[in-house]
Design a protein around this ligand. Structure first.
Ligand SMILES: Cc1cc2nc3c(=O)[nH]c(=O)nc-3n(C[C@H](O)[C@H](O)[C@H](O)COP(=O)(O)OP(=O)(O)OC[C@H]3O[C@@H](n4cnc5c(N)ncnc54)[C@H](O)[C@@H]3O)c2cc1C
Length: 361
């Protein structure tokens, strides 16, 4: 790092800075200090400065998976605004601050396959490994080869292989140890299938395209179809549409053991009748993944539910939204009501997907 970098870190720091505008919920109080870093060196300098001073650190990318307390964050919020898109054949390297959805578009324009169904997911490239983002049959764990991160415990930059990232459904080593790694760069191996997509895994996408799961279509067509499906569910950011003032899915899909699933089915049929058939997807080792959206809907929380400033999206049961005037406490009250209602109806406790800062459900 040279002196110019240090100067820039100082220049882009702000005290008592509002964090709500940095989040897609538009919620949360101020940070004691907000640093915006535009190079890896600035990121590392800001992290080291906070760690040396024993100051709590909150890393923010696109703010699309964050629920921040109304009281704000007493520490340094580090906004990662680094840039870097490098495509070498089928090898892609993205700086953490790159806009994810734009990067997907560029790879599709280059005729490559592997992440085209992840179009429209808001936020930064550097956050994609954190919860192993996924949608429409793809997740980043299938294409990430390496993650370059600053390891706060070791005090150095490290390169983690895909295996070392310990990816699973909406989870990773980074989410497991949130205060250890700051992602700087993410590397992917894409596929050159002559302009075609990867085989489509998701039935809804295949149906929309009039093809069978497992088929390939032009990668650009797959991307556009996913974007259209997402937009219909309020899952593409649109500042004018309060249905997108959210964190996308607020709850993860529950994964049940065989015994839990059997008990769940009994409960569902007691409540909804013998023909009730909740979605069930095999998840290995006899486990079954069911649908959080189905549970919420059948527990009586339908689209548009709520009368206050925080409500369920009118387009998707799984998205909790800020209608414009909500506070984080309003949002959490709604989230607790939904979680407790689902538990009372079906005996399953939903777990929030977004990261909570200074609050919990
Ligand atoms: C409308 C909408 C639709 C969505 N659809 C999907 C979807 O289909 N699939 C899906 O998986 N997610 C979805 N999401 C959730 C969200 O977009 C993703 O989780 C995304 O990867 C978050 O990126 P971000 O940069 O906004 O992260 P942030 O919200 O800024 O941060 C999220 C977490 O990651 C950490 N973090 C961020 N950057 C770094 C970094 N460089 N190093 C270390 N830690 C970091 C933060 O500290 C925080 O803990 C959706 C959200 C919205 C609003």
């Amino acid at each position: 790092m040279d002196v110019a970098d240090t100067a820039e870190v100082v220049e882009t720091a702000e005290d008592n800075a509002p964090l709500a505008p940095l989040t897609t919920f538009r919620l949360g109080g101020p940070a004691t200090r907000l640093v915006t870093a535009t190079t890896d060196e600035e990121v590392i300098a800001a992290v080291r400065a906070a760690d040396d001073a024993g100051t709590p650190l909150l890393v923010i990318g696109g703010g699309s998976n964050l629920v921040i307390s109304d009281k704000g964050f007493d520490g340094t919020a580090l906004h990662i605004a680094t840039r870097g898109f490098r495509l070498d054949g089928t090898d892609l390297e993205l700086a953490a601050g790159e806009n994810w959805s734009d990067a997907v578009a560029h790879t599709v324009e280059a005729g490559l396959a592997g992440i085209e169904c992840l179009a429209g997911i808001p936020g930064s490239a550097g956050a994609t490994p954190i919860q192993n983002v996924g949608a429409y049959g793809q997740d980043v764990s299938a294409t990430i080869t390496e993650v370059v991160a600053y390891d706060r415990r070791a005090g150095e930059t490290v390169t983690l292989t895909n295996e070392e990232c310990a990816f699973s459904y909406r989870h990773s080593r980074f989410k497991q140890h949130p205060d250890r790694f700051v992602v700087l760069r993410v590397r992917f191996a894409l596929e050159d299938a002559g302009g075609l997509s990867a085989p489509l895994k998701y039935a809804e996408t295949a149906r929309a395209l009039g093809v069978e799961p497992g088929d390939r279509v032009p990668a650009a067509t797959a991307r556009e179809t996913v974007l259209a499906l997402r937009a219909g569910k309020g899952m593409v950011l649109d500042p004018a549409d309060h249905d997108t003032w959210s964190a996308g899915s607020f709850f993860t899909n529950p994964i049940l053991t065989e015994a839990e699933h059997a008990a769940f089915l009994r409960r569902v049929r007691d409540r909804l009748g013998p023909d009730a058939a909740p979605p069930a997807f095999p998840d290995g080792d006899g486990r079954v993944k069911t649908s959080a959206a189905w549970l919420i809907d059948r527990a009586g929380f339908t689209k548009g539910y709520g009368s206050g400033p925080a409500r369920i999206s009118t387009k998707h049961t799984l998205a909790l939204t800020n209608r414009g005037e909500a506070t984080t406490e309003d949002l959490l009250a709604l989230a607790r009501e939904v979680r407790d209602g689902v538990r009372a109806a079906f005996g399953i406790t939903l777990v929030n997907e977004p990261v909570t800062v200074g609050v919990s459900l």
